[in-house]
Design a protein around this ligand. Structure first.
Ligand SMILES: *[C@@H]1O[C@H](CO)[C@@H](O)[C@H](O)[C@H]1NC(C)=O
Ligand SMILES: *[C@@H]1O[C@H](CO)[C@@H](O)[C@H](O)[C@H]1NC(C)=O
Ligand SMILES: *[C@@H]1O[C@H](CO)[C@@H](O)[C@H](O)[C@H]1NC(C)=O
Ligand SMILES: *[C@@H]1O[C@H](CO)[C@@H](O)[C@H](O)[C@H]1NC(C)=O
Length: 485
């Protein structure tokens, strides 16, 4: 079996590129200071942004303006913690047969290009992945309020890390994590960016705190706001948001992912451009501009806050075009008794299947979370607990995510526009009824006009015999004939 191909495969040209750039990359990471001065940063960001705009213009030439058509590949750019996993699990998967889905799009860190003709890619990869794919792609994504996204990232990291407390094989912060070969969910999260980094980081932190607690080494002060500030058990929220790992993987993550500049990017310039844009606010805004333009030209941009409305629009966009797989449909019908079988419209069926799948995913997540949080009691994540986070901390998150805040505002405007475009078609049944009604109206009006026209012609003809054309009209026609001669 051939190994999966990461963005940077071991081909000769790439080896040469690496030969030329690797010493430079090492220089950047080793003694970075002089390379990130304002002048070189300005030049690097400018060069990157020019390249991006050029690429975007080239892509756009191939697309009809305002087109809602899905191109060869549908790329679901899944920004972590925006609720996109349910779109993939409960909806997109039903639209494409396994052969048409890009292999391992979620299970490996990077895209497997063994099947270059695949039609559906859902992953945490950033925009730069498209430069590695020959097919022309339509991109859809989901954005979320950055504060909620950061809180959710923190909670999920702690939750997944805490699951290791149950494993007997790990009894201290020095124990190695289990190998990522096992098919269990616990381990598969460890192969997906950014959890690949965030979970082991949190796991190590939780076990270090537990070691210290067990050995009675430290005496942390007791805090009243125990969930987001429980230093005896987990890294407090305030510590997390200021940690270099959060700067690298979490803050402004949506902007970087849409711009193709994450820590997981295929673009060799990403490290420098990302760092520069964090150092100099003006350069950050240059990156934001590119990200906004990228959003503008996506097939669809949803909002996690408006999950129901987003799903509806997304469905009417995609379900009409992607061939609904009969096999997938059979599965839906076979498995889910809650889906009303009498529904003949595949879109209604898909929507019903989506809702039941969503409900069951949500309830199993909730059960799992509750079981895990018992291991780190009194930490308990909930909407109620979130309300107790001091507003100063929330403001800090806002300022650490200033680019994402603006991108989210931009996405809201785009969403409102899309919503206006789709208002009449929220319910496929309504849409169908409306189409039938308007076709009936057009048909009856044209029939009436036709009958009226015939009646008038007959009457005129009766009155004036064969010379029923008005004199001036005959004159005009004759004149034209003369002119032509
Ligand atoms: C942790 O487990 C290892 C073997 O898995 C064992 O050798 C070690 O003694 C254990 N440590 C503690 C503190 O229980
Ligand atoms: C916890 O409460 C203290 C005082 O009430 C406050 O200073 C601190 O910022 C809080 N921390 C968090 C993470 O909520
Ligand atoms: C991505 O971030 C993680 C965590 O900070 C780091 O270990 C890793 O080396 C980074 N990868 C790249 C390509 O920068
Ligand atoms: C059908 O329902 C089950 C649970 O009842 C759920 O796990 C599954 O994902 C659903 N399948 C589809 C295709 O919606």
């Amino acid at each position: 079996m051939p190994p999966f191909t990461p963005c940077f495969g071991f081909s000769l040209p790439l080896l040469i590129t690496c030969f030329l750039t690797c010493p430079w990359i090492e220089l950047v990471t080793a003694s970075a200071a002089p390379l990130y001065n304002h002048r070189s940063c300005e030049a690097a960001v400018q060069e990157w942004s020019n390249k991006e705009k050029l690429a975007l213009n080239k892509e756009l030439k191939l697309v009809q303006p305002g087109s809602r058509k899905i191109l060869e590949l549908l790329f679901f750019l899944h920004i972590p913690r925006t609720g996109g996993r349910t779109y993939h699990q409960c909806f997109l998967k039903n639209l494409y047969s396994p052969n048409d889905r890009c292999p391992r799009s979620y299970d490996k860190l990077r895209l497997d290009l063994r099947q270059p003709s695949c039609k559906l890619l859902s992953s945490h990869d950033d925009m730069s992945i498209l430069s590695k794919i020959p097919s022309r792609a339509s991109v859809v994504t989901n954005l979320r309020n950055p504060v909620n996204r950061v809180l959710s990232t923190y909670e999920f990291s702690v939750e997944v890390a805490a699951r290791f407390l149950r494993l007997k094989s790990i009894n201290s912060s020095r124990s190695p994590l289990p190998l990522a070969k096992s098919p269990s969910q616990l381990v598969s999260t460890l192969t997906i960016w950014p959890w690949k980094y965030l979970v082991p980081f949190m796991q190590h932190d939780i076990f270090t705190r537990r070691d210290a607690r067990l050995e009675g080494k430290v005496n942390w002060p007791q805090s009243t706001n125990t969930t987001y500030d429980a230093p005896t058990i987990t890294m407090p929220l305030t510590e997390f948001i200021h940690h270099p790992v959060a700067h690298e993987l979490v803050h402004n993550g949506a902007t970087f992912q849409v711009a193709g500049l994450t820590n997981n990017s295929c673009n060799e310039d990403a490290v420098m451009v990302r760092k520069c844009s964090s150092l100099y606010p003006k350069l950050g805004h240059q990156v934001l501009d590119v990200a906004k333009r990228r959003l503008d030209y996506m097939l669809f941009v949803g909002l996690t806050e408006k999950h129901q409305e987003s799903a509806t629009i997304f469905f009417s966009l995609v379900a009409d075009q992607a061939q609904v797989q009969s096999k997938a449909m059979q599965e839906i019908l076979g498995q889910n008794a809650s889906v009303p079988v009498q529904e003949k419209d595949p879109r209604l069926l898909l929507f019903a299947a989506y809702k039941s799948c969503l409900a069951s995913l949500r309830s199993s997540h909730a059960i799992r979370r509750a079981a895990t949080l018992q291991l780190i009691s009194p930490v308990r994540f909930s909407q109620e607990e979130r309300k107790r986070i001091p507003s100063a901390v929330l403001e800090e998150i806002v300022s650490l995510n200033n680019l994402d805040m603006e991108l989210h505002e931009h996405a809201k405007k785009l969403f409102a526009k899309q919503q206006r475009h789709f208002t009449t078609s929220t319910d496929p049944q309504v849409k169908q009824d409306q189409t039938v009604l308007s076709m009936f109206l057009i048909l009856s009006i044209s029939m009436i006009l036709l009958i009226l026209g015939l009646l008038v012609a007959l009457r005129v003809r009766k009155r004036v015999g064969n010379d029923w054309l008005p004199f001036w009209l005959r004159r005009l026609l004759l004149l034209q004939v003369h002119e032509k001669l």
